[in-house]
Design a protein around this ligand. Structure first.
Ligand code: BGC
Length: 474
């Protein structure tokens, strides 16, 4: 049984404020997923209302990524000058305002501005939430909070896919269903916006600004005993005397540049293996093969969410590189199989004439492909990018690598469907399979195994000039 120690701390738990911190942070991840997963099952409804052509579909989808690039670029500045809490309030406000405005079904240019703004909010949240958590959540739960963020992204994709299917079926006609789809995002966004007001500011940022008394007051709210508070304050002070966040000039230092390239290429390949073609356009692609209904709409988000759970465990057990290999091999085989399925469909123009064999092959390929990504390249790339940079360049490194992620995500969203219509439906699967092969070679040659090694040791090896691949050697 839990007992209350008198100051709101449960004997076997944390203070209520700690749960609020985690919840708001989880909502940040959820909103990332809600915006990312919104398109797949709303595209038909959007097309009915806005009379989308293929390229309109792509540009409306991809403008989220452009917003993400700018959000990620500016989030470092927001974090430093506004503080962590106010940056989260800002992200919450942008999410709420942009999704509520979209629900009014404004003309397309305005709707696109709103989606750009949502991307901007996602860019801020994906940088600030993990940073805020690492500075504010009690040490014992920091690690699991990091993985919670990734899990919430996939849960967000699942939730919005399901609710969009439900809304489209129950409320016929885009003028009713489309506003409801946007209002679903608004609901969660408003929760995050309201929740972020009651968050305490990050004690580390307060100390950075010389406001020790306020930092102590925050720690009194989140921690149990005076001894814990003194220890935390001591550690922050020590850290503040260590290397501080460097400016963008750090990219010109040889050791940093090398490791930056690893992060940049990892994020580039994370997108060039083709995941967002599936996350965004799976129902459209299944439609090309004559498959509609729940299987076409829900397979990708469901498999994606379910297989992120084992990843959290496997990443520590198997290590990062082994997972990247396994995932990439699964993706190569399944992309080739999906390409083959489309080739055997050939130029059958009436989808109802397509036989069961290519449909089954396509479905199985997509399931195993998503499994391959969810268990490996999805979580591992973000994790490795948070580990490889030396402390003084971590903010810069993560800003740049996050921007690269969004840049290549945008390219895939922007060109996947037109590539298929220009070069044939099978072609794009072979291209992505080719990128998976290059990705494996790159991992083998340059990516260090970071399992079970301290970040300090990685940094020490990097500055000593150890080869990239061996940075994780103890
Ligand atoms: C990727 C996103 C992708 C998501 C799917 C993330 O790791 O960065 O682009 O949509 O995984 O779960």
């Amino acid at each position: 049984m839990e007992s209350d120690s008198g100051n709101g701390v449960k004997a076997h738990g944390y203070k209520t404020i700690v749960y609020i911190i985690c919840m708001v942070a989880a909502l940040g991840g959820l909103l990332f997923g809600l915006d990312q997963g919104f398109i797949a099952n709303s595209l038909d409804t959007l097309t009915q209302h806005y009379k989308f052509e293929v390229h309109d579909k792509e540009s409306y989808s991809a403008i989220l990524a452009t917003g993400g690039i700018f959000g990620a670029l500016l989030s470092g500045l927001f974090a430093r000058f506004l503080g962590r809490k106010r940056s989260l309030v800002l992200a919450g406000f942008i999410f709420t305002a942009a999704s509520a405005l979209s629900a009014l079904l404004p003309p397309l240019p305005m709707l696109s501005v709103c989606r750009f703004a949502l991307g901007f909010g996602v860019g801020i949240a994906s940088f600030i939430v993990p940073l805020y958590l690492s500075e504010t959540a009690p040490a014992a739960i920091r690690g699991s909070m990091g993985t919670l963020f990734q899990l919430m992204i996939t849960i967000g994709i699942f939730v919005i896919s399901l609710s969009n299917v439900f809304i489209a079926r129950v409320f016929i006609g885009p003028t009713t269903s489309l506003p409801l789809m946007f209002l679903t995002i608004t609901l969660f966004a408003a929760l995050m916006f309201a929740g972020s007001f009651i968050l305490p500011e990050s004690p580390r940022w307060l100390m950075l600004k010389g406001r020790k008394d306020r930092a102590v007051a925050v720690l009194q709210r989140t921690l149990g005993t005076q001894a814990e508070i003194d220890k935390e304050i001591g550690e922050i002070e020590e850290a503040l005397h260590g290397p501080q966040g460097a400016g963008f000039g750090i990219v010109f230092r040889g050791y940093f540049f090398k490791v930056l390239l690893v992060g940049v290429l990892l994020q580039m390949f994370q997108q060039l293996v083709g995941i967002n073609m599936m996350i965004y356009y799976a129902p459209t692609i299944f439609g090309y093969a004559g498959m509609t209904g729940l299987i076409a709409m829900m397979t990708v988000p469901t498999v994606n969410m379910l297989f992120t759970f084992p990843a959290i465990h496997l990443v520590e057990k198997w290590g990062r590189k082994k997972l990247l290999y396994v995932g990439a091999i699964a993706m190569i085989i399944t992309m080739l199989a999906a390409g083959f399925a489309f080739q055997s469909i050939g130029s059958v123009s009436d989808p109802s004439l397509i036989g069961d064999a290519p449909k089954t092959l396509l479905l199985i390929s997509v399931i195993i492909y998503i499994f391959g990504f969810a268990v490996s390249w999805g979580p591992v790339v973000w994790l490795v990018c948070s580990e490889i940079f030396p402390l003084e360049g971590r903010e810069v490194g993560m800003t740049i690598t996050t921007m690269i992620n969004w840049t290549f995500a945008g390219l895939v969203m922007n060109y996947a469907l037109s590539f298929m219509s220009r070069f044939g439906n099978a072609s794009i699967f072979y291209v992505f399979a080719g990128f998976c092969v290059i990705a494996i070679l790159f991992v083998a040659a340059f990516v260090p195994e970071t399992k079970g090694i301290t970040l300090e040791k990685l940094e020490f090896n990097l500055k000593k000039g150890v080869r990239l691949r061996n940075l994780g050697n103890r």
